[in-house]
Design a protein around this ligand. Structure first.
Ligand code: FAD
Length: 336
């Protein structure tokens, strides 16, 4: 276990905000997780488990506690009768898992290409994009349980996945440290129809290869056109969640003229559309730029503090509520 002291959270997160964390512990072997928790308990310090910080935000005063990061790497493959099992250590970069699977012609996660972050964080908010979610292919995870101080396996059903949710960020938030994740993938292709933007791209570019590698390339190009690269433009990706409505609420929203997307996962209003319609696209608010092409993304262009971000957030949330009557919910997690 590597022990680091007084590390700026701004250097550990992609939106690059936040003061120092008292301790940052980096885990290189499963048995070290227990040691890391014991270390924090010994000094009575709160714990925050961090991956690559692509969905986490630090506060100006920092974190007077212990950040624990999974640095265990490795992808282990096992052939099953008509599928392939991939056990991935949680410190592996998520996109390298997608690349590995696509190179092996395995389908199931190709649309999740280029999502920043580590594999261990992927089940936490059930990462999703372009019609796939990790819950479609994840079968189990290995965890350290901070309540029982033991190691165990949680099956997919235990995790209660839904849109951007699992027990890891709801009912059992802060309880488990994800050591590894296991996916079950098949050789072949994603079923059609694909997500709209993939279908459009295919039509415009006359693409006829729909294998995992080709879909990965398409998704990567679509994302590069729309989404800022966090290395160049600090952000935490989508800052707000889309809004899910019951059938009754969806009918009322439609009567108000709002566009409702009715998909397998329910009735949805695109929060980015609301932000655009409210006139925020491209605007600079307290050093935070509302991304022009994908308005859900807030870029830290020149914010001096978390406080600047908070001011920008309340302007957006307030105006959307006044105009449409919906409270936008923040997607990234606060380190506190
Ligand atoms: C430009 C950009 C684009 C993005 N696009 C998408 C997208 O298309 N779809 C999508 O779903 N997300 C997207 N995101 C959000 C982000 O990529 C995902 O949430 C990703 O899973 C975060 O991984 P991370 O390692 O950086 O997590 P972190 O931000 O470090 O952590 C996120 C949460 O997971 C917890 N966590 C992390 N590691 C572990 C672990 N080992 N055990 C237990 N808990 C853990 C943390 O406590 C925290 O609550 C995007 C972000 C950016 C910056």
């Amino acid at each position: 276990m590597r022990v680091n002291e007084n590390i700026l959270i701004s250097s550990l997160t992609t939106i690059r905000l936040g003061g120092p964390a008292r301790y940052v512990l980096e885990i290189e072997k499963p048995e070290e997780v227990r040691e890391a928790y014991a270390f924090a308990h010994q000094y009575n310090l709160p714990i925050f488990v961090l991956g690559s910080g692509a969905n986490s935000i630090g506060h100006d005063e920092g974190f007077k506690g212990t950040i624990i990061i999974n640095r265990m790497r490795g992808i282990y493959e096992e052939k099953l009768e008509d599928s392939v099992k991939l056990k991935v250590m949680g410190g592996e970069t998520w996109d390298s898992v997608v690349e590995y699977a696509c190179n092996r012609n395995l389908t199931g996660i190709e649309a999740l290409s280029k999502i920043p972050g580590l594999a261990g964080a992927a089940p936490v908010q059930n990462i999703g994009a372009y019609g796939q979610q990790i819950s479609d292919t994840l079968t189990e995870i290995e965890v350290y349980d901070s309540v029982t101080n033991g190691y165990k396996t949680l099956k997919k059903a235990d995790l209660q996945f839904s849109y951007r949710k699992s027990i890891l960020n709801t009912s059992e938030k802060n309880r488990y440290f994800v050591i590894s994740i296991t996916l079950e993938l098949k050789e072949g292709k994603m079923p059609r129809p694909f997500y709209n933007s993939i279908e459009n791209y295919i039509a415009v570019h006359n693409i006829t290869d729909f294998g995992p590698k080709s879909i990965r390339e398409i998704v990567s190009k679509i994302r590069a056109e729309k989404l800022p690269d966090p290395k160049e433009k600090p952000s935490a990706g989508s800052f707000f969640k889309n809004i899910y409505l019951t059938n009754e609420e969806a009918e009322i929203a439609e009567l108000k003229g709002l566009p409702i997307y009715r998909g397998e996962d329910g009735n949805k209003i695109n929060a980015g559309w609301l932000i655009e319609e409210a006139g925020f696209s491209g605007k600079l608010l307290h050093g935070i730029r509302v991304n022009e092409k994908a308005s859900l993304v807030l870029i830290n262009e020149s914010a001096k503090s978390y406080n600047d971000l908070a001011k920008a957030r309340s302007e957006i949330v307030g105006k959307i509520y006044d105009k449409y009557g919906y409270w936008l919910e923040q997607e990234p997690v606060e380190i506190k």
